[in-house]
Design a binder for this molecule. Structure first.
Ligand SMILES: Cc1ncc(COP(=O)(O)O)c(C=O)c1O
Length: 391
């Protein structure tokens, strides 16, 4: 069964106010997410933060089950943190590297991740190697395999980059990681919520994601998946009294589930909002979401490509809901602003976010229009008409 578009738009207050094509930035939450967050904050103000968290402990525990359900993991394998970057950092900085160890990554790696590689390379003498892309534009799995030897300590890739439509073949990479026994970290920040994700099928050890993008949850919360068998091998780079217990004057014990990567302080309201967003996405169905996102994105790409003076930049044999383009002789920021003036949200992606790929393609900045299942063909027509006037 398809999605009842009228119903999901009715559920989304933002749909009445804007044409939102910035779902890769932060999507519009459905009413249930908004109500969950706001009602919790209101109750917190009435009864006290600690007191309400105690009362709602079971509901808060349910969030782990919702997140785990979304990616076919176990609740004990989930850590809730502030953002996708913090999730990713907690995983990456738990790994130990020595001089000569190699980290294999993608051309489209997100800046925050690459900065961390560079810092660790500087500190340890580990080497970062970028796996080339296929002609179609996704990570070249055959090339990846030729790069593997015993010095490779980590394969760390993004599933969907911030700056374009490509979907990297995460499961094919996972198959190689498993075969050679190499730790595999997947940045799923842009894929979670727009497509089905199954960590078992993908074969990743670690996966990071956020709430606010295609998952349609609130800002300020994200999550990390850590494969159960790996949890106790990884010492988080930072610990607090939730991640560990001070058991004797000179001793501490780290907890044995993925919560070792969390901090004690957190926003219960945002966590519950994340749980509501997972439940909402699953109630619609990730398969149908993915079908609709793919078809809307293809429609938008085709419409933009038909406009003289517009270049669509997306690569990949399989493409996501992220559509990127430029308009001849127009800075990306001015295209974004002209669209914003007509009530249409898009964003700009610059070379500083995905430097390797953007430099390889000679791009400084591109306009990013990211669709979600609640968008309509009429909204895409409206956006395309504005772009046509600018070209
Ligand atoms: C591919 C990718 N990874 C990681 C991040 C970082 O997410 P966050 O801002 O939640 O830390 C982003 C944000 O745009 C992203 O696009």
């Amino acid at each position: 069964m398809g999605i009842d578009i009228a119903a999901v738009r009715e559920d989304t207050p933002g749909c009445r106010a804007v044409i939102h094509l910035n779902n890769a930035g932060a999507s519009l939450p459905p009413q249930v997410v908004l109500d969950t967050v706001v009602s919790y904050l209101e109750e917190e103000a009435r009864v006290g933060g600690y007191e309400l968290a105690d009362r709602r402990a079971e509901h808060l525990a349910e969030v782990y089950r919702s997140v785990a359900g979304l990616i076919s993991a176990d609740a004990n394998e989930i850590a809730l943190v502030d953002s996708a970057t913090r999730a990713w950092d907690m995983a990456f900085y738990s790994l130990r590297f020595e001089r000569g160890d190699r980290i294999l990554t993608t051309t489209t790696e997100y800046a925050a991740n690459f900065i961390a590689y560079l810092q660790v390379a500087e500190r340890t003498g580990a080497r970062i190697e970028v796996v080339p892309d296929t002609a179609a534009g996704e990570i070249d799995v055959a090339a990846l395999e030729t790069m593997i030897d015993e010095s490779v300590k980590l394969i760390s890739i993004n599933h969907v980059p911030t700056n374009g439509g490509v979907v990297n073949p995460a499961a094919a990479v996972g198959e190689i990681a498993r075969r050679y026994g190499i730790t595999y970290l997947l940045d799923a920040c842009q894929s979670v919520g727009q497509m089905p994700i199954d960590v078992g099928e993908i074969g990743c050890d670690l996966l990071s994601a956020t709430s606010r993008k295609f998952l349609r949850g609130p800002r300020g919360v994200g999550f990390l998946y850590v494969r159960g068998s790996l949890v106790e091998e990884l010492q988080p780079p930072m610990l607090d009294l939730h991640a560990a217990t001070w058991v004797g004057a000179d001793r501490f014990e780290i907890r044995n589930d993925a919560k070792r990567f969390e901090t004690w302080e957190s926003s219960a309201a945002l966590r519950l909002g994340l749980g509501a967003a997972c439940d909402y996405a699953m109630s619609i169905g990730l398969d149908v979401i993915w079908d609709r996102v793919g078809s809307l994105a293809a429609t938008l790409r085709a419409a933009l490509e038909a406009i003289p003076g517009v270049t669509v930049h997306d690569k990949g044999s399989i493409k996501s809901g992220i559509v990127t383009f430029s308009v001849v002789d127009r800075p990306a920021g001015s295209v974004r602003d002209e669209l914003a003036a007509q009530g249409i949200n898009v964003s700009v992606s610059t070379a500083a976010s995905t430097r390797i790929d953007m430099e390889q393609r000679g791009l400084d900045e591109i306009v990013r229009a990211s669709v979600h299942y609640f968008n309509t063909e009429a909204e895409l027509d409206a956006a395309t008409a504005v772009v046509a006037q600018l070209a």
